[in-house]
Design a protein around this ligand. Sequence first.
Ligand SMILES: C[C@H](NC(=O)[C@@H](N)CCCCN)C(=O)O
Length: 460
Amino acid sequence: MMQRSDLKSRWVVLVLTAVILAGSYFNYDGPAALKAPLQETLHLSDTQYNLLYSVYSFPNIVLPLFGGLLVDRCGTKASLILFVSTIVLGQGIFAAGVALRRYDIALVGRTVFGMGGESLTVVQTTIQAVWFQGKEMAFAMGLGLTVARLGSVINDWVMPAIYQSGVPGLLPPLEPASALSFGFFITLLSLGCALALLLLEVRTDRFLAAQHKREQAQPLLHDTAAGAEAVVEHMSLADIQHFSASYWLLTVSCVVVYATILPFNNVAAGVIMGKYGVSLEVADRLMSIPYLIAACINPFMGTAVDLLGYRAVMLTAGAAALAAVHLSLAWTMVPVVLPLVAMGLSYSAYAAAIWPSIALVVDGRAMGTAFGLTTAVQNGGMASMPIAVGTLRDTTGSYQAVEIFFACVAMVGVAVGVALNVVNHRAGGGLNRVAKRRDALEKKLEAVIREDLEADSQSR
Ligand SMILES: C[C@H](NC(=O)[C@@H](N)CCCCN)C(=O)O
């Protein structure tokens, strides 16, 4: 029976989903590229500035856990339009709040934006899973993340330029709301791509329905969400109790290690400007280095993980490298490019290992629940970390204490990584093995058990 993954149009779907997410990542990092102008215009302390990131994550301490359920219930088409519309609305409110010099409205905008932003990644992953099921799924997802991260990089380059010069006849210069309004147009581009995807999905439904009628096959599953059931099965909260120690260690690792990457990016311009005395534009270009490197090497890192294994080792080494990066930013005056390049390499290695590791340690049936739970817990870290960072910066007056704090959190990541290696070794070392070899061993084991069972039933 013909499926979506048999159609060439899956590549169009990949481009559309990647551009949709790039629009979201572009605007997630909007405040980071405009840190100084935003603080100046709205008279914000570091704590208040960082709260713009915490409020993005607050709703997501719960939402991603139910994101899969919502996608299952409402379908990918409806939830895609819902979540993209939510980020359009959120970015519009945020830009309006900044234009009106109303910090409270800006916070509401970031909260609404967050309510769409993280759930959008859930529905995007589901759509990619449905269209690439049994085909190039890992490659497609890696490429999707690369394009999304390019959204962050382009943001770092474009936002300060628009802030400086505005858009003649449209947006005034030296006004942060101008750059944020440009971000609003980018969300409209995401909405345009989402509508194009909706049309493509509807046409594909019709095409497959006609095809299935011809084949006298089962009735068509009328929504991609239903089609997704084979891959991203119904979320069941009861599954959580069966998750292994490795899963929980991976989740803790995800929280602490990501807490030293994304919240660092939120204040990176401030760290670089304060320490090296460069302009906002130069600081913004420099801060794009980690994400630019990650965007370029993500698919290769993913391939390396697939070919070599060593996931748990890579997670631990990535955390250790991040601790070294933050310590060097706290205590040394090495050229800033070096720690930023090292951060990009460690981030990419870490991201390439963490998400497939989660897929390896949970039962396929509980995959949606597992990813939803990890993302929800991760957002707990993303919500609290900016508050801690802002408070530290405001009370000490410099970023040195913040950098030492980041390094300590990364060291917790190293400790969790060591524990993960021990637990994983005792459980057979699956995370450090090559997936194909692991699959082969599991298949062998299954065959032996099946033979035993058959011999058992024959002897009775
Ligand atoms: C793949 C991973 N994504 C996440 O960790 C998201 N939960 C948070 C992304 C925040 C920007 N929208 C990543 O970006 O490495």
